[in-house]
Design a protein. Sequence first.
Length: 596
Amino acid sequence: AFSPDGKLVLAGSGDNTAKLFEVASGKELRKLEGKVNWVREVAVAPNGEYVLSGNFDGVINLWDSITGKRLWAFPGAQGIVTSLAFAPDGRTMLDCRLDGPLTLREVETGRELRRLAGQGAAAFSRDGKWILSGDAGNRLRLWEAATGREVKSFAAHTDKIHSVAFSPDGRYIASGSRDKTVRLWDVESGRELRVFGNFRHHVNSVAFSPDGKLVLAGSGDNTAKLFEVASGRQLQTWQDLAISSVAFSPDGKYALTAGFDGIPKLLEVATGKRVMSFAGHKLYVYSAVFSGDGRWIITGSGDGTMRIWDLASGREISQSIGFTNGEWIVITPEGYYNSSARGHEYLNIRRGNKVYGIDQFYDVFYRPDILSAKLKGEDISGLVTLTVDEAIKNPPPAVKFSAMPQATSEPTVKVCYRIQSTGGGIGEVRLFQNGKLIKSDGFYREVTAQNATATMKLAALNSGAVYQDMRALTVKEKQIPGAVVARPKGELVDECVELETIAGENEISLTAFNASNTVQSVMDTASFISNRRQDEPRLYILAVGIDRYRDASINLKYAAKDARDFIAQLSGKAGTIYKPSNIHLTGLVDEQASKQ
């Protein structure tokens, strides 16, 4: 594929690499390798519920804009995605490829409903009745959306059509082309009404203003130009680097441009003033659109990410990445994320010369609830206990078991391990056997010791406190007065512990926190088989029933009987499972059941 300015050529290969060449010299500028693909197109549903992204490898992803989840991915076997659009009712969508076809799909499933002969560019009319597309002969084709019937086809440009748009009232069509022009057409007659010229390079994107009075066009000649539909007069010109996408805000007050500098710009239509820039992408931004309510901007880039931005503040809300192996991740700037089962394994964080996998911080940052709250526009400041920037300044240590016997007949086994600081020190160490915590030198151990004098009042805890306790995350900056944290241990810990074996498989797991006990390490796991004889099962029943009380007015009739019947019923059945010597029964009725 050519870059919009025609100066670069991108070639992709089945070996999961892409190479970037300079057209003038043929020089290879860059070899790109990895598991992400360049995002070529984005679109947002009219009600904001879904977001679409389409890649250079042809893959289309549907994302839930509330939870961040990827709902489906359509495989890319038909070429580069060059147009994506939702129907006005949000139930169907269209995708168009560079060399065709144009496909109509069901949004919720991605199921193909109809395939049309359009290519390169496509759009729905505002009422959803018509679909407009480019064609191989540089023509415009008009289709009936409900039936797929071609209504008309008319000569349009002298080169490939890159972008098409309906006017809001459906009377006009604007089209931009490689022939360096924007043309205005009458839908009813197919007659060309006007040519908006003066471009020195390909026109990559066109858009009508919400009132239909203006046309905005972006070109590879580093300009975006605003025209008056009625007169053809040029009203504004904005300079930028190889503009690939233009859009109007829903209220028509602002224009949005995006291009090869990777920084979309918000422009005030009336004055031409640049209002805001959205910096964060690492490569070209190929597509940028507004959400239907005007709160968001959605962008797709050559860095493999689709990003959502808050229009009011200009801040990034989230970025979504679909990997070439089918995994995905959606992450906030603070580091909180949602992902597929293994999606987090493919995202790394670099600080200086050190690289950390986001999965190293799973225990803290896998928070679909926080991600969803942010996507809903809620204030998450009260939920944020740690940001990823803070976490990587004090990363978790690395943990590893020493060699362990595969099998043993001994009642105990010696387990040795090493904990190495990676720059954040070493805090609490936890050891688990078959999922049960058997060693803790920090929070759990100290809380257990304090239980006699400081009983935890669960009723007084809110859901956030309960969740934090379940996650076992202690954050120094947020902790309550007197909270207990483990004492730092330096840079290296070599320890051995003697464990009592359990008959059968024994799975031993180890994890450790950084010195400030804010981030937990990836857990290391080892296992062995114990050949020791398994203990015989035992049954203990304690049944208490009280009929007679000191206050005779509250005496009962059946409590003591129920206790006796309970023992009789269970002990009779238990004889088929337990040895008689292993059944232990205790019944306490009436005066036998003292307070002590």
